[in-house]
Design a protein around this ligand. Structure first.
Ligand code: UDP
Length: 240
């Protein structure tokens, strides 16, 4: 018995901060809760789910650069961090009885499949959750941009961006401006002109150019992953 979702295939982006529960490293309790939400959404809707995982709970190239490292080497460390998050999510999804595959943009045959888009689509069609790790495999990119690129290449219908600490896109920082206004919907061009945050500009630009909608929503409310996958109107929709 499945409840309808408007989506046949979605790309869910989980930022690294979600995995760490606010700290460095992986918090297994948090990952277990995320895995349960994904599993329940999968069974409730039958929607095909691909996941792009961030790595900010381990390393960010830009931060390492500020502390004296080469940006490119720091970026590779960042990409490797995302793979640890992928393996944690894979483990808890499989414990929920969900079949999964991890595909990485940097080959590491003992740990994961290489990124092969057509194979990823086959996995999704068989009901497996596909988890993409190591970003796009190139320094100077982010996992938001990865989410946009993967969504386009595997022909997903929407990019669902789960955020920690913010429940949508505002006209100014709601942490410093209590009067900040949250958009229900915003055109990607307006997002870029206003220089808004929460999603990377490169990702918004890529999705905007290719008519790929993005939904940014907060993780604080339990069950929001399921709501986003079911097409409920939460957070902010970036769409033309
Ligand atoms: N990164 C990269 N290329 C990519 C994806 C990620 O160089 O295609 C690096 C970059 O240093 C980034 C880090 O990996 O800061 C972690 O990714 P991100 O910051 O996107 O993670 P999130 O903010 O989602 O936790």
């Amino acid at each position: 018995e499945t409840t309808p979702s408007p989506y046949k295939r979605v790309l869910l982006k989980l930022s690294g901060e979600v995995f760490g529960g606010g700290k460095v490293g992986v918090d297994p309790d948090v990952v277990q809760s995320i895995a349960r939400q994904i599993a329940e959404a999968l069974w409730a809707t039958g929607t095909q789910i691909a996941v792009v995982v961030g790595g900010g709970n381990f390393f960010r190239g830009a931060e390492l650069k500020h502390r004296g490292m080469e940006q490119t080497r720091g970026d590779y460390m960042g990409m490797l961090g995302t793979v640890m998050n992928c393996l944690a999510l894979q483990d808890f999804l499989e414990k929920q009885g969900v079949e999964t595959r991890v595909q990485t943009a940097i080959t590491m045959a003992q740990v994961a499949e290489p990124y092969i888009p057509r194979r990823a689509i086959r996995h999704l069609e068989k009901g497996r959750v596909v988890i993409f790790g190591a970003g796009v495999g190139m320094p100077f990119f982010t996992t938001d941009t990865t989410a946009a690129q993967r969504a386009l290449e595997i022909d997903a219908e929407v990019v669902l961006i789960a955020k920690q600490g913010v429940d949508g896109i505002y006209d100014s920082d709601p942490k410093t401006n209590p009067g900040a206004y949250r958009f229900d919907t915003i055109d990607p061009r307006e997002f870029l002109v206003r220089g808004l945050k929460v999603i990377d500009a490169a990702a918004v630009s890529l999705c905007g150019d290719n008519s790929m909608p993005m939904l940014a929503f907060g993780m604080e409310t339990e069950g929001n992953i399921g709501r986003a996958i079911a097409g409920e109107k939460i957070g902010t929709l970036v769409s033309r």
